[in-house]
Design a protein around this ligand. Structure first.
Ligand code: NI
Length: 138
């Protein structure tokens, strides 16, 4: 059976602040720029989830994309959408919520939730329409 990769894009909006608590506001602003505003700010994130598996000869699908959407919504989006990433998400606790750190944490949330035979192969997290990070696992 051919193995094919399929991708679903999902959206969430969230607030954050990038900072290190042991640094002054001035030093944080130098390193993290506008993302270190002490009174928070938000981003409209896009998350591209790519999975790979064999094409089912009956359905012609690797995985029904509406099912993939539901899995990502239940395990990731529900926890992040309209939240403050610094203080409201247990699985981001203690983390500076850069796009890099968040995409790795999303991987950890999502991989165990996928059905057997479906491999998570790539996550792309867009923080703005011009900036994105990509993660393909350890
Ligand atoms: Ni930011």
């Amino acid at each position: 059976m051919p193995r094919v990769r399929v991708t679903r894009r999902l959206h969430f909006s969230a607030a954050h602040r990038l900072y290190r608590s042991e640094w002054s506001d001035e030093r944080n602003r130098e390193v993290f720029g506008d993302c270190s505003n002490p009174l928070w700010h938000g981003h409209n994130y896009e998350l591209d989830v790519t999975v790979e598996g064999e094409v089912d000869p009956t359905t012609g699908f690797v995985l029904d994309l509406s099912r993939l959407k539901r899995i990502v919504e239940e395990n990731v989006i529900r926890d992040l959408d309209h939240r403050n990433l610094n203080v409201e998400v247990p699985w981001l606790e203690g983390m500076n919520p850069t796009t890099e750190n968040v995409v790795v944490a999303i991987w950890g949330q999502l991989r165990p939730a996928l059905p057997e035979g479906i491999a998570l192969t790539r996550l792309v997290l867009w923080e703005t329409p011009r900036n994105y990070v990509e993660y393909v696992g350890e």
